[in-house]
Ligand binder design. Structure first.
Ligand code: HEM
Length: 476
């Protein structure tokens, strides 16, 4: 038997105050028994990262996973999370293991690199996502949102009352946003279509990409990717390379559209004056597409499901949107209710449920020594539902963000986009895109859950529902 994990309590902790407000408790995966064998853990893990964990992680400040091969520490204590992500990020680089499933697709992208290479990549990428740029690409985001509403209207018109699997729709919408903002092409473009469908196949073939990161295999165990998966990755990268090369030529001839790709490909590293090479750009485009559409799609689908359970929030969002001209960037900034709902969806179903770092030298945490090479797991999933930090931790309550507890927790225990220097590049982008699409859908439709189709959250690449998220859309 292996202890997985041994958890730690905070000496001075008291449970958070009892629930006030919403009584809506949306689906949460069942936790596993406290002690299991390593073999059983691996099998549970393979099925789903979330339900493989014991319930005490929702109360523990730190937990150790000790096996014959590795030691991992899940850290839930806010000041330690801050140490890892913000105060001493250079001591806790990204674990190389995270890339094992992703490298054929993502190459040397900013998501996987560390040190000087990563710094250089962020220096070139970050300016493309600054506030002013978001204003410039906003019309493309709005156009994709309108296209999504039109697609839904067509479906509802064709077969009224038929349940709709909304994750497929939000994936489509988020992929459209990425293609329009990056390359100024809509998802209907034949290359965008092929990339989109191949990405879905890649994910299905690699359902638990993070397995190797959380349950690291000894380094001598060879890693295999199925030939079909490798071929698929190569084809996706080939398509992205074609798009990138076409763009290089358009830039050279002075005819390039003013979108994210052009901005990134023409930004010089302020320290060296260099531009990205085509190879480097292919790596970055692959991660923008993957990190930028899977995550937003997942959050949006959950947000729609949550408001289906809470019709009063749908009405509030629809009313808020009715008073605004959403084709204007400045007006989208006034979607406060929609943003609170989207933020609550990111709390309950953080698309990236866990992140892994590696201790580059021995560390003392809570009186324990983390040896060099220990894996440090940060879990938005557990932190966002921590029973000693949040009031009503499992309840859907967008009103919480206006309360003292909500505000404190937002600062100290809320990391859907990570934090510190490696914070998600697309956080600002996602917080415009998500609430906008949510509001535009709810302005046009009421959404209802479908009886017998309660979604079961599972963590694959992002937190998804095991059998999709089914909703009925009723035109307003
Ligand atoms: C709701 C939507 C999103 C969520 C919840 C999200 C979440 C995250 C998280 C948690 C990380 C850190 C992962 C880690 O450290 O292991 C991350 C990194 C990243 N995200 Fe996002 N993301 C979202 C949308 C986007 C969008 C729209 C883009 C780009 C268009 C994007 C691009 C990236 C990139 C490039 C990184 C790597 C940053 C680095 O390591 O320096 N993300 N994201």
């Amino acid at each position: 038997m292996v202890d997985l994990p041994q958890s730690d309590d905070h000496p001075n902790s008291a449970p958070a105050a009892p629930v006030a407000g919403s009584a809506i408790i949306p689906p949460k995966p069942a936790a596993r028994a406290a002690r299991v064998s390593l073999w059983r853990y691996l099998r549970l893990f393979r099925a789903d990262l979330l339900s493989a964990q014991p319930a005490k992680l929702y109360r523990a400040w730190m937990a150790e996973f000790r096996t014959p091969f590795f030691r991992s520490f899940l850290v839930n204590q806010p000041d330690l999370v801050r140490t890892v992500l913000k105060d001493r990020p250079e001591v806790f680089p990204k674990s190389n293991r995270i890339g094992e499933g992703l490298r054929p697709l993502l190459g040397n992208s900013v998501f996987l690199t560390n040190g000087e290479v990563w710094k250089r990549q962020r220096r070139i990428i970050d300016p493309a996502f600054e506030g002013g740029r978001l204003r410039q690409i906003y019309p493309a985001i709005h156009a994709a949102a309108e296209a999504a509403v039109t697609r839904l209207s067509d479906q509802v018109h064709e077969i009224p009352d038929a349940p709709i699997e909304i994750e497929a729709e939000t994936s489509h919408a988020a992929a459209d946003v990425i293609f329009r903002t990056l390359f100024s092409i809509p998802i209907e473009h034949h290359m965008a279509q092929e990339v989109f469908h191949r990405f879905r196949a890649y994910q299905q073939a690699q359902p638990i990409l993070n397995l190797a990161a959380f349950v690291p295999l000894p380094r001598w165990v060879p890693r295999f990717h199925r030939p079909a998966t490798r071929r698929n990755a190569a084809r996706i990268r080939g398509l992205i390379r074609d798009l990138t090369q076409q763009r290089m030529e358009a830039i050279a001839s002075g005819h390039a559209p003013d979108d994210l790709a052009t901005k990134i490909m023409t930004t010089q590293d302020p320290e060296t004056g260099e531009l990205f090479t085509t190879d480097e750009m292919v790596d970055q485009v692959a991660i923008f597409f993957l990190a930028g559409h899977e995550t937003s799609a997942s959050a949006l689908a959950w947000a729609l499901y949550l408001v289906a359970l809470a019709p009063e929030w749908q009405e509030k969002i629809a009313k808020e949107a009715a008073g605004l001209s959403l084709d204007q960037f400045a007006e989208a900034g006034r979607l406060r209710i929609s943003r609170d709902v989207f933020r609550e969806a990111l709390r309950l179903y953080p698309p990236v449920p866990m992140m892994v770092r590696e201790a580059s030298c021995p560390q003392q945490f809570r009186g324990r020594t983390l040896p060099q090479g220990a894996q440090v797991v940060l879990s938005p999933w557990h932190l966002h539902r921590h029973e000693r930090l949040w009031e009503n931790p499992d309840g859907f309550d967008p009103g919480r963000w206006q309360t003292e507890n909500g505000k404190t927790c937002q600062r100290e225990a809320y990391i859907p986009f990570s934090a510190g220097p490696r914070v998600c590049t697309g956080a600002g982008f996602a917080m415009i895109e998500g609430p906008l699409i949510l509001s535009m859908i709810l302005q046009r439709f009421r959404v209802e859950p479908v009886a017998g189709q309660e979604p079961i959250p599972v963590a694959h690449l992002t937190v998804r529902s095991q059998n999709g998220i089914w909703l009925r859309l009723i035109p307003r």
